[in-house]
Design a protein around this ligand. Structure first.
Ligand code: TEU
Ligand code: CA
Length: 563
C-alpha cells in the first residue's frame, strides 16, 4: 500500500501534532460588560482552553478596524482594536498563553485593507505620492468581476478620479502586491508580530494576492470557477509566498496556515510542499461547497456521503508525504457543523460526537471552532435587523430588489449564513449565556443557551465537551492518529464512513454512521480490538451501527480487515 510509507518518511514537527482552536474574539467572552468579547475575556478563559487540551489558539483579527467585516477590514496592522483592549492586554494574553503551553497565531489579512487605512487615504489622494501604487487603480473598468459579497468588484473614487479593485466590499480595497514597497511593508509588519513572540499566522484568502495584470473577464457564471481561474493562483503568487517565507516566516519557528480559497487537490502542493518553502499547511473549501449550487453562498442542495468522503480521500492522497493540511468542519464563515453535517435536533449529542471523532482522527491538523466543543447549533433570525453580517445584509437587499419574499430570504440566511457561527459562546444558563453583563450583546445569543452551555457540559458525564477532551487526549497518546496512513473501507457506502489509521506503531479503525438509521457495517471486528471511543454508553449489536453511532477501535495485534 503506497500510503503506508508516509509515516516512515514524513517529517515530524510540532505544528502537525497540534490541535488548533479558533477564537472569534468578538463573541468569545466579554470581560468589561460592553457587550463585546475582548482580550481580557480570552485571558480569563485560558484555563478552560488548556484544560480542554488544545495546543494553538488562532485569533480572528484583533487589529484596529471600522468593523464593516468584523476585523477583516484592517485600518492599522500594528494596533489592537480598542474594543478588544490594548497592546499591553495582548502581551499579557501571549505571556499567559505561553505560560500554559498554548501557542497563539494571528490572522494576516493582506489581500486587502480597510479603506480607512492611512495607506488608502494617501493613495486615493494623488497618483504621485509614495502610496499611490499601494492599491489597484484603473481609469476604466477593465472587466466584469463581481465582489464576493455581491455587486461589482470595481468602485469609482471621486478623489482619485479612478476605479479601484475590491474583491470583497467597496470598503476593502485590494492591496497591490506588484508594488515592491507594499510587499516590504507587509513583511516588516509580520516581523513586528513575530518579534513580539506570536507563533504564526493564519493567512486570509492568501491565494488571491497576485492578480493577472491583463484583468480578463470572468470565465464562467459559476463563482467557484471564477475564484479558481480568475481570482486565485495568480501569475506571481508563488514568487510572493517564497519571498514572504524568506523575508519573514522562514526566520522564525512558527506555523503558517493558508486559507486556500480557489485551491484544489491538483495544485495544493504548490503551496505546501515543504521543499518549496511557502506555507506549512492550508485549508480548502471543497467540502464547504459540496452542498451549494454553483458555489453560491446562500444555496443548499443535498449531497451524497460518498462524494463527501471522496473529497477527504483525494486530498489525503494529494498531500502525500510532503504536504499537510487543516481539517475543519466549520468556522466563522459557515453554519455550525452539527446543524450542517450532523443532526442539530434529535441526534445532536450523538452526531456532534461523531463529527468530533472524524475531525480528530483524520490525517491533518484539526481546527476546532469555538463553541463546537459543546455542540452549539445554528441560530434562527426572524428578521434581517437581527443579522450582523454584511454579506447577509447585501444578499437580503439584492434578493428583495429581485422580488423575493422576506421569509424565504431569511430561511436561506438562517441555513447558510455566517452569523450562525458568530453568536456569543454559551458559557452558562445565566442571562445572555454568561457571555456579557451588558443589557444586550453585540449579536443575539442563541436562545438554546439554557440547555447548551459550558457549565452544563462540565457537570455532565455524557457531554460533548468531555468527549472532545477524551479524543484530544487520545491523539496525544497515539501518534499513529497523527502520522499514520489513512485507508478507507467501503468508500461508496452512502451512510457509513469507515477508515483505518495505521503505521508501524499502531492500528486504529474508525466507524461512523452518518444517518439516523441502523446500518450494518460488515467489518469483522477482532476480539482483540479494544473499543476506545464510543458515543453510546451501551455496546449494541456487534455488526450494526445505531443512529449517528461513532466507534474507534484500537488493535493491539496486527489484524487484516476483510474488504
Ligand atoms: O473568507 C474568505 C471567503 O469569502 C470565504 O471564506 C467564503 O466565506 C467561502 O468561500 C464560502 O462562500 C475570509 C474570511 O474568513 C472572512 O471572514 C472575510 O470576510 C473574508 O475573507 C474577507 O477578508
Ligand atoms: Ca468587552
Amino acid at each position: 500500500m503506497a500510503n503506508q510509507i508516509y509515516s516512515i518518511i514524513m517529517k515530524k514537527i510540532w505544528w502537525k501534532e497540534a490541535v488548533i482552536y479558533q477564537i472569534y474574539p468578538r463573541s468569545f467572552y466579554d470581560s468589561n460588560g460592553d457587550g463585546i468579547g475582548d482580550l481580557q475575556g480570552i485571558i480569563q478563559k485560558l484555563d478552560y482552553l488548556s484544560d480542554l487540551g488544545v495546543d494553538v489558539l488562532w485569533l480572528s483579527p484583533i487589529f484596529a478596524s471600522p468593523n464593516l467585516d468584523n476585523g477583516y477590514d484592517i485600518s492599522d496592522y500594528r494596533m489592537i482594536m480598542p474594543e478588544f483592549g490594548t497592546m499591553a492586554d495582548f502581551e499579557e494574553l501571549l505571556a499567559q498563553a505561553h505560560h500554559r503551553g498554548l501557542k497563539v497565531i494571528l490572522d494576516l489579512v493582506v489581500n486587502h485593507s480597510s479603506d480607512q487605512h492611512q495607506w488608502f487615504q494617501e493613495s486615493r489622494a494623488a497618483s504621485d505620492n509614495p502610496y499611490s501604487d499601494y492599491y489597484i487603480w484603473k481609469d476604466e473598468i477593465p472587466n466584469d468581476w463581481q465582489s464576493f459579497f455581491g455587486g461589482p468588484a470595481w468602485t469609482y473614487d471621486d478623489q482619485r478620479q479612478a476605479y479601484y479593485l475590491h474583491l470583497f466590499t467597496s470598503h476593502q480595497p485590494d492591496l497591490n502586491w506588484e508594488h515592491p514597497a507594499l510587499r516590504a511593508e507587509i513583511y516588516d509588519m509580520m516581523n513586528f508580530w513575530y518579534d513580539k513572540g506570536i507563533d504564526g499566522f493564519r493567512m486570509d484568502v492568501i491565494p488571491l494576492i497576485s492578480k493577472d495584470q491583463s484583468y480578463p473577464d470572468a470565465v464562467s457564471d459559476n463563482f467557484d470557477q471564477v475564484i479558481f481561474h480568475n481570482y486565485a493562483n495568480g501569475p506571481r503568487l508563488h514568487e510572493y509566498l517564497q519571498e514572504m517565507h524568506q523575508q519573514s516566516s522562514g526566520r522564525y519557528d512558527v506555523m503558517t496556515v493558508g486559507e486556500c480559497i480557489g485551491v484544489t487537490d491538483q495544485n495544493c502542493m504548490m503551496y505546501v510542499d515543504e521543499r518549496r518553502k511557502e506555507l506549512n499547511m492550508l485549508y480548502h473549501f471543497e467540502h464547504m461547497s459540496l452542498d451549494t449550487e454553483n458555489g453560491e453562498k446562500y444555496s443548499r442542495t443535498s449531497y451524497h456521503l460518498s462524494d463527501f468522503k471522496r473529497i477527504f480521500q483525494k486530498w489525503d492522497e494529494a498531500l502525500g508525504a510532503q504536504g499537510w493540511y487543516n481539517v475543519f468542519l466549520d468556522n466563522h464563515d459557515f453554519p455550525r457543523m452539527v446543524s450542517r453535517f450532523g443532526d442539530g435536533g434529535a441526534y445532536r449529542l450523538q452526531s456532534a460526537k461523531l463529527l468530533a471523532t472524524m475531525l480528530l482522527t483524520l490525517r491533518g491538523t484539526p481546527c476546532i471552532y469555538q463553541g463546537s466543543e459543546i455542540g452549539m447549533t445554528n441560530v434562527s433570525l426572524s428578521q434581517i435587523e437581527e443579522a450582523d453580517d454584511i454579506w447577509a445584509h447585501n444578499y437580503y437587499h439584492e434578493q428583495l430588489a429581485k422580488g423575493d419574499a422576506p421569509a424565504g430570504i431569511m430561511a436561506r440566511i438562517n441555513a447558510c449564513g455566517r452569523d450562525n457561527a458568530r453568536t456569543p459562546v454559551q458559557w452558562s444558563a445565566e442571562h445572555h449565556a454568561g457571555f456579557t453583563t451588558a443589557s444586550a450583546p453585540w449579536l443575539k445569543v442563541n436562545p438554546n443557551y439554557t440547555e447548551i452551555n459550558v457549565a452544563q457540559a462540565e457537570a455532565d458525564e455524557q457531554s460533548i465537551l468531555l468527549f472532545y477532551k477524551r479524543l484530544l487526549a487520545l491523539r496525544k497518546a497515539y501518534p499513529t492518529l497523527i502520522y499514520g496512513a489513512f485507508t478507507q473501507r467501503m468508500p461508496e457506502h452512502e451512510s457509513l464512513f469507515i477508515y483505518e489509521r495505521h503505521d508501524d506503531a499502531g492500528h486504529f479503525l474508525v466507524l461512523l454512521n452518518f444517518s439516523a438509521d441502523e446500518v450494518e457495517h460488515v467489518q469483522d471486528i477482532s476480539v482483540e480490538a479494544e473499543l476506545i471511543m464510543h458515543n453510546y454508553d451501551s455496546p449494541g449489536a456487534a455488526s450494526f451501527l445505531r443512529a449517528w453511532e461513532a466507534r474507534v477501535y484500537n488493535y493491539s495485534v496486527k489484524f487484516e480487515i476483510k474488504q
